[in-house]
Design a binder for this molecule. Sequence first.
Ligand SMILES: C[S@@+](CC[C@H](N)C(=O)[O-])C[C@H]1O[C@@H](n2cnc3c(N)ncnc32)[C@H](O)[C@@H]1O
Length: 301
Amino acid sequence: MEPFSVINGFWRLVMSKVELINRRTWKNPLERRYYRAIHGYIDQGEEKAFDLALAAASGARVLDIGVGAGRTAELLAPRSRSYVGIDYTREMIDLSHRLLPELRFEVMDARNLAAFEDASFDLVVFSYNGIDSVEGEGRLQVLNEVARVLRPGGCFVFSTFNRGWNGFGTSRFSPRVTWTADPVRLAYRLTMRSMGWFRQHWYRRYEIQGEHNVILHHAHHFGIMVYATTPAQLRRQLTHAGFEARFDLFSPQGEMLDFGGETCDVEYFHVLAVRGHDQESENRHSSAPRKLDLLSSADPI
Ligand SMILES: C[S@@+](CC[C@H](N)C(=O)[O-])C[C@H]1O[C@@H](n2cnc3c(N)ncnc32)[C@H](O)[C@@H]1O
């Protein structure tokens, strides 16, 4: 490949509007305060997926992608044989280092895990819909890299937005301002709400329709643009990357989702996928899925 096209490709990636919007949010100290303040599981679905994966990968070597301010490090490290947390936002990694100095954290982009050898982890996690801030081809790179660094039979747990959620419709879900008698806090909340209103109208022009859908989400005052998927697309992408066709989906309430269609009304799913044993054949294997409809091999990934 010509060096020029590599540089060009690099800048196109860095300059992508979606990438810039998301990175700006992760770097914003006001938004980071949120991640610093949260502890424990985000919901019952996450707890269930983590429990099942840790049981399957006993004595696990864990890679925690998009670790943020270390919420998941606190949950996973005590239950693992070795633990490493990575994030492409240096400020997040600095925060994790400060809060949990005994653990290993590295600045790294999930699209390139070259620092890790093949099959070097039993469990890989990309929690709280972090994977959805990676658009298009980048998402497929993440799945390929995760499959590569997982041992055969190892687990990948992540959560991802549901394209069929009705909050992504034309009238976009927008959280209410929570009342407080503290005038400073109230002024802050109203200002952020106004900023969210502005962003909602400005950023929607950057949404991407089509196979690799990217939608503006209300989180961080409409500061995040997310890849939103369907169970059927998930299956295509996971199998293509080398995961088994059978995977488990949990709702935020912790119910195992059992449906074959493209739609369902949860905002996001927790996914527990297992790395196939033979990557070449698993990439294309055609055994009947446990929960999802079979798709035509002509479908795009
Ligand atoms: C929604 S936050 C979740 C933080 C943490 N996992 C938690 O659950 O509290 C998503 C995190 O993923 C990180 N992230 C997004 N894309 C990434 C990528 N391509 N490589 C590494 N980290 C990424 C962001 O910097 C951010 O810290």
